[in-house]
Design a protein around this ligand. Structure first.
Ligand code: XLS
Ligand code: CA
Ligand code: CA
Length: 439
């Protein structure tokens, strides 16, 4: 019996180059092309997000779903979970991303008890394991959905009710086991509803300490069952709570240091979360990369007009070039990757739209990589930046960097040297440089 296909009109998406007018082909993403010493496949380690791609029906607070999911065929949630898995692996192999990511509840339904939820997850995980084996698709990261169920309305690890913290732990335990079983390379903690809606019913210090304790015991359990990958925290400043504790990269790095988590955790930077925090995507990438904590990327985009968490597919070439300059400087993203945490618009209702959206995202980053590599190799981009700090390379500047100068020493130098000459920051030159390399 031939297997039912969910996307029968679409075959494996291939590279056809920039001249092609076939929307179901790659113009820039050529998985085996070597750029800066690595193939494109290795640079990006692209992943499909299970939740937006296979669970989301395009509903919004103003209306029910518009997207028909042909794999939701029965009223039995476990049977549907199996059809969904089948559709997911068909989609991922036709698109050609090497990875996928999931929440526990995307894969399998919550049961009426903890044990039943665990059983449901195990059943689907064993099928997923077989699909991974058959297709070569791998798990970039797993996570637990600690925000949809009503019990988490006041948070999970930071919930003021200990009974809820226990349920969160049960879910994380099972999700870690699923991730290990599927050879997941990372495990993500996005702070769901860890934050507050009002400061005056919240003991913020206590909640932050509970979160630290929770993460330490989760880490210890993960390590004890053989998880060797990176734990990731995904910053977000607001939504669903008015203030999320993992506000932005700088806040999370401070928290990891304070809570003794810095050796096991890195950051998963989502573009749209960073812009929600009033930074640019490049800003948080750089904050994390400069201290060796850039772990993975959720590739998507907000909307300049309103700043919401719109989760658009990423199609902004400037953003991609800036990101890829930082990524190349960082020596890559592995064992993290680029996960398309992005969703179709409410009025994108054709089955092929999911392909078009991912192709656009992959091509945008591939093109960004090619341009970033040209800029770094052929322009004076790095000299311009580093040259501004040349006064610290030797002499008194170097002594200052090494912590060998006092405040009076500096005062005496200021007096002796007189007024400094003004040195241009060359911003316009740098901005023009990026445009000049977009061919
Ligand atoms: C929501 C987050 C979420 C995490 C995984 O805003 O982006 O999808 O990536 O829980
Ligand atoms: Ca995300
Ligand atoms: Ca988001």
């Amino acid at each position: 019996m031939t297997k039912k296909e969910y996307f029968p009109e679409i075959s494996r998406i291939t590279f056809e180059g920039p001249e092609s007018d076939n929307p179901l082909s790659f113009q820039y993403y050529e998985e085996d092309r070597v750029v800066a010493g690595k193939t494109m496949k290795e640079h990006f380690r692209f992943a499909v997000a299970y939740w937006h791609s296979f669970c989301n029906v395009n509903s919004d607070p103003f209306g029910i779903g518009t997207r028909n999911l042909p794999w939701e065929k029965t009223s039995d949630p476990i049977e549907n979970a199996k059809f969904r898995l089948d559709a997911a692996f068909e989609f991922i192999t036709k698109l050609g991303t090497p990875y996928y990511c999931f929440h526990d509840r995307d894969l399998s339904p919550e049961g009426s008890t903890v044990a039943e939820s665990e059983k449901n997850l195990k059943e689907i995980v064993s099928l997923a394991k077989q699909y991974q084996k058959d297709t070569g698709v791998k798990l970039l990261w797993g996570t637990a959905n600690l925000f949809s169920h009503p019990r988490y309305m006041n948070g999970a690890a930071t919930n003021p009710d200990f009974d809820v913290v226990c349920h969160a732990a049960a879910q994380v335990k099972a999700a870690l086991e699923a991730t290990v079983e599927l050879d997941g390379e990372n495990y993500v903690f996005w702070g769901g509803r860890e934050g507050y809606m009002h400061l005056f019913n919240t003991m913020m210090r206590k909640e932050l300490d509970h979160m630290g304790t929770f993460l330490r015991i989760a880490r210890d359990y993960g390590r004890s069952i053989g998880f060797k990958g990176t734990f990731l925290i995904e910053p977000k400043p607001m939504e669903p709570t008015k203030h999320q504790y993992d506000f932005d990269a700088a806040t999370v790095i401070g928290f990891l240091r304070e809570q003794d988590l810095i050796d096991d955790f890195k950051l998963n930077i989502e573009a749209n979360h960073v812009t929600l925090a009033s930074h640019s995507f490049a800003h948080d990438l750089m904050v994390a990369a400069e201290v060796g904590l850039l772990g993975s990327i959720d590739a998507n985009r907000g909307d300049n007009q309103n700043g919401w968490d719109t989760d658009y597919f990423p199609t902004d070439l400037y953003d991609a070039i800036e990101a890829m300059i930082i990524l190349l400087d960082n020596g890559g993203i592995a064992p993290g990757g680029f996960n398309f945490d992005a969703k179709l618009r409410r009025n994108s209702t054709d089955l092929e739209d999911l392909f078009l959206a991912h192709i656009g995202g992959m091509d945008t980053f591939a093109r960004g990589l090619l341009i970033a590599n040209e800029i770094l190799n052929n322009s004076n981009f790095n000299e311009l930046r580093e040259g501004r700090y040349k006064s610290f390379q030797s002499g008194d500047g170097k002594k200052f960097e090494d912590g060998k100068m006092s405040l009076p020493d500096l005062r005496d130098l200021a007096h002796k040297k007189g007024e400094p000459t003004l040195k241009s920051g060359k911003q316009e030159l740098l901005e023009n440089l990026i445009n000049r390399y977009i061919k």
